[in-house]
Design a protein around this ligand. Structure first.
Ligand code: GBH
Length: 451
């Protein structure tokens, strides 16, 4: 028996441009910060990069056929800003047409971390002007594609981009600014607000955002651990959702740290809290936090290390099961964060799970041509049940998208981590649907059949 969802619930798959497209310098496209990071500025496993990625730029027609073949209704992808700046909109024209002809609804994200290097050179997200440049880029896209693309996601995971790329140096643009990174978050939020305005002006049907959220629990009930967990959650969860859904930052320290004050901050917050039609939640795993214990070594707990001078330290989440990426498997965390969001935000719009999935180091297709990824099936089954539980608890969730459609370039982890429902041989670039793909297809069929 497959988990069951209300009528009209939408299933989908997600990808992002830099992780799949390749064609990094085709048709005049200039570098993004990820091209710079992977060509020497940063550390990626095995020195890998997205120059070719999975060559989706040339193989998109095959990929869209495969995605549609699973019976999903929606396909979430993102635009490469430097490609659009170079004027190569023809690629997105063809892509969108192919998506629609395949019977899928395109749900593109404007920005999934691949800032044009030329904008990084003028300050990147630390520069307020970048938000206005994103608004211009949004007009270009909506004017060209708005007759066919009706549903839009503004930004992907502003929290992860700010934390990994600006506070730490594990992702592009590797700034390592610590709490000094808060303005990069504010300017992305401003970009979100401006983009909502532009999209609405040009007749978008629905507009949302994709935010990464996770429950943060204190390691013990001691007040210092509770305070540490609260601050960590404010910085990594609520800094990026309170302005959108409540119109303010979660505390004074953060409010002061974003580098914009007075009437200008008030005007920005007014823009940022623009009404949304849906709220995208990306969920992977919960985090446990304690107040730092003197002399204790916290390295290696998270995928990235939090500097030791911060007032919070991550401790391993108790879980018997982990993905091959080392992330704890805690499906109940998804129910919990959805209920928390509903309780925190009385005006929460309908939620879409815009990403959820797991990396397992799948074997290559065997002689039977199959990829047996039972652990991914178990992961997805458990997390879909967690979504169904949230719906039962009264949270309105209208859809669920698997991260990811295809194995792809997993940022600083390179090609080792495979999140796809479709296996990709990174040498031959051959695509092979995994067992999880067929399982997902059958789950979707079982909804409409009412079984
Ligand atoms: C998303 O990021 C991205 O949107 C997507 O591009 C990416 O491929 C996908 O998820 C998979 O990574 O620090 O060890 O506790 C999610 C990023 C996931 C960052 C979970 C922090 C906690 C891991 N995050 N994560 S750990």
């Amino acid at each position: 028996m497959y988990p069951q969802f209300p009528p009209g619930f939408r299933f989908g798959m997600s990808t992002s441009a830099y992780q799949i497209e390749g064609a990094a310098s085709l048709a005049g496209k200039g570098p993004s910060i990820w091209d710079t990071f992977t060509s020497g500025g940063g550390t990626v496993r095995h020195g890998q990069d997205g120059r070719v990625a999975i060559d989706h730029y040339h193989r998109f027609a095959e990929d869209i056929q495969l995605i549609a073949g699973a019976g999903v209704q929606d396909y979430r992808f993102s635009f490469s800003w430097p490609r659009v700046l170079a004027g190569d909109l023809g690629f997105y024209d063809r892509l969108v047409d192919t998506i629609i002809e395949a019977g899928l609804r395109p749900v593109p994200t404007l920005y999934h971390w691949d800032l044009p290097q030329e904008l990084e050179d003028t300050g990147g997200w630390m520069n307020r002007d970048t938000a206005h440049r994103l608004a211009d880029y949004t007009s270009t896209l909506v004017l060209r594609l708005g007759d066919r693309v009706r549903d839009w996601i503004t930004m992907n995971e502003m929290n992860v981009h700010t934390l990994y790329g600006y506070a730490l140096a594990d992702h592009a643009p590797a700034r390592g600014l610590g709490l000094g990174a808060l303005p990069a978050g504010h300017h992305q939020l401003l970009a979100h607000g401006l983009a909502v305005q532009v999209l609405r002006t040009h007749g978008a049907r629905t507009v949302g955002v994709a935010s990464q959220h996770f429950p943060v629990s204190p390691a013990t009930d001691a007040p210092e651990d509770v305070a540490a967990a609260t601050l960590f959650s404010e910085l990594t969860n609520w800094t990026f959702s309170d302005p959108i859904l409540l119109g303010d930052y979660p505390n004074e320290m953060i409010r002061a740290g974003v580098g914009t004050e007075g009437a200008q901050l008030d005007r920005d917050l007014e823009l940022i809290k623009a009404r949304l039609d849906f709220y995208g939640v990306n969920y992977y795993e919960p985090t446990m936090i304690e107040a730092p214990r003197a002399g204790k070594d916290y390295s290696g707990v998270l995928e990235v290390d939090i500097p030791t001078d911060m007032p919070f330290s991550p401790v391993p989440v108790k879980s018997d099961e982990r993905t091959d990426f080392g992330w704890a498997i805690v499906p109940a965390g998804l129910t919990e964060i959805l209920v928390t969001l509903r309780d925190r935000y009385p005006g929460l719009p309908p939620v879409f799970i815009t990403e959820n999935g797991a990396s397992f180091h799948d074997a290559d297709p065997g002689p039977d041509g199959r990829v047996h990824d039972e652990r991914r099936i178990a992961y997805l089954d458990a997390h879909l049940r967690a979504v169904a539980d949230a719906i039962t608890a009264g949270v309105r969730v209208d859809g669920y998208y698997v991260w990811s459609a295809l194995d792809n370039f997993e940022w600083a982890a390179g090609f080792d981590e495979r999140f796809g429902l479709i296996h990709v041989d990174f040498d031959t670039l051959k695509r092979t649907p995994k067992d999880s793909y067929f399982w997902y297809r059958d789950l979707i069929t079982a909804q409409s059949a009412g079984s």
